[in-house]
Design a protein around this ligand. Structure first.
Ligand code: UT7
Length: 352
């Protein structure tokens, strides 16, 4: 019998570029406490957040995404990609998607470009989409950007949410490579529970709740969150997702050198680590200075850790996120050799 030649293995997606961008304007807890009924002590105790960055009037999510994307492409050493994915909850417009505008802003007109909507889990869902495009041979290089400008949807008078969220963007470049290379993005765990859509939402502005004539509907266009319930779901879902994926991958918790969770709240991060019995010194966190930046939070935390030298080549990294939907997801990779990323305006050596 003639033997059928074995199919070559599908290419793996290998992380080869990282960058980010935070808008220059910083809003401290003290500034919030001057206009809201809150205090620096309350915010720090409940969330671990001391300040966050926000965009200026007239700026939009794509402006953040272009800045972060440019830095990731520079870090990758090659500006060409076949696809641009933008994970966001605050697209520039409800139609069209933000990714084509971002691609054009980066001189990548012609590349495939689409948005991923999975709220704060968007970066992990986007990573799975990028891995899929590369494995299927649809793309050889993909730029994935997590970008959010929550200041455009959070009611500035809503003290429960205004203290949590910040604006920013983080980006990675993935190239086709081998599964055993450092940087190859490995196993995934993704999930959702749409029966709890009510916990995190912007009620109006979509097809379910249309604006009525004569009614500006502003309140319904603001972001709403049932914080206490979200907190409980975030801890249990993130821990379960991480555990399930580690089991599938054959990793033990001791194999994880760095845990890079969605930066929702320092207490949530510590509770998840405790559930997983992961030492706190392996948790990466920058929530204290950026707040919850939604889909940007994991790539910004990666950029922060890599720039502080707390994320070194060879480190085995676990990414876990949770967000509205509800959605959750985890991914694994071994950290590759990368140029030190820039993402803070005052650290910028080569302003774009
Ligand atoms: O990507 C996932 C995104 N989700 C999150 O990051 C949110 C997860 N949830 C949380 O982080 C926390 O639930 C919050 C930080 C939102 C709130 O912390 P909490 O310990 O769950 O407080 P709480 O909601 O139980 O509120 C306690 C009290 C309430 O007053 P009463 O009803 O006890 O009189 C709130 O009205 O604190 C009040 N409160 C505030 N007080 C001072 C709420 N926000 C503030 C504030 N300053 N900013």
């Amino acid at each position: 019998m003639p033997r059928t030649p074995a199919c070559p293995p599908a290419p793996a997606a290998v992380l080869c570029g990282l960058g980010g961008w935070l808008p220059p304007r910083v809003v401290t807890n003290e500034e919030l406490a001057r206009r809201l009924d809150t205090t620096d002590a309350w915010i720090r105790t409940r969330t671990g957040i001391g300040s966050r960055h926000v965009i200026e009037p007239g700026q939009a999510t794509s402006d953040l995404a272009v800045q972060a994307g440019r830095r990731a492409l520079l870090s990758a050493g090659d500006g060409a990609v076949d696809a641009v994915i933008v994970a966001t909850t605050t697209p520039d417009r409800s139609c069209p998607a933000t990714a084509p505008v971002v691609a054009a802003g980066l001189g990548l007109t012609g590349a495939a470009a689409f948005d991923v909507g999975a709220v704060c889990t968007g970066f992990v869902y986007g990573l799975a989409s990028a891995v899929g495009l590369i494995a299927a041979g649809v793309a050889r290089r993909v730029l994935l950007i997590g970008a959010d400008a929550y200041s455009t949807i959070v009611d500035p008078e809503d003290r429960a949410n205004a203290i949590i969220f910040g604006d920013g963007a983080g980006a990675v470049v993935l190239r086709a490579g081998e599964a055993d290379e450092p940087g190859a993005v490995g196993h995934f765990d993704l999930g959702s529970d749409g029966t709890r859509e009510d916990l995190i939402m912007v009620a109006a502005g979509g097809s379910r709740q249309r604006p009525s004539p004569g009614e500006d509907g502003r309140r319904d266009r603001h972001f709403s969150m049932r914080g206490k319930e979200v907190y409980r779901h975030a801890v249990t879902r993130m821990a379960a997702s991480a555990r399930s994926m580690l089991g599938d991958a054959g990793w033990k918790i001791d194999d994880v050198d760095r845990f890079v969770p969605h930066q929702a709240n320092l207490r949530i991060i510590h509770s998840v680590a405790e559930e997983l019995q992961l030492p706190l010194d392996r948790c990466v966190s920058n929530v204290g200075t950026v707040g919850n930046t939604g889909a940007a939070s994991i790539p910004l935390a990666l950029a922060d850790a890599a720039s502080r030298d707390t994320l070194r080549p060879g480190a085995r990294v676990l990414l876990t996120a949770f967000g509205g939907g509800l959605t959750w997801g985890s991914a694994l990779l071994t950290w590759p050799e990368l140029p030190v990323p820039t993402y803070r305006p005052h650290e910028e050596k080569n302003p774009a």
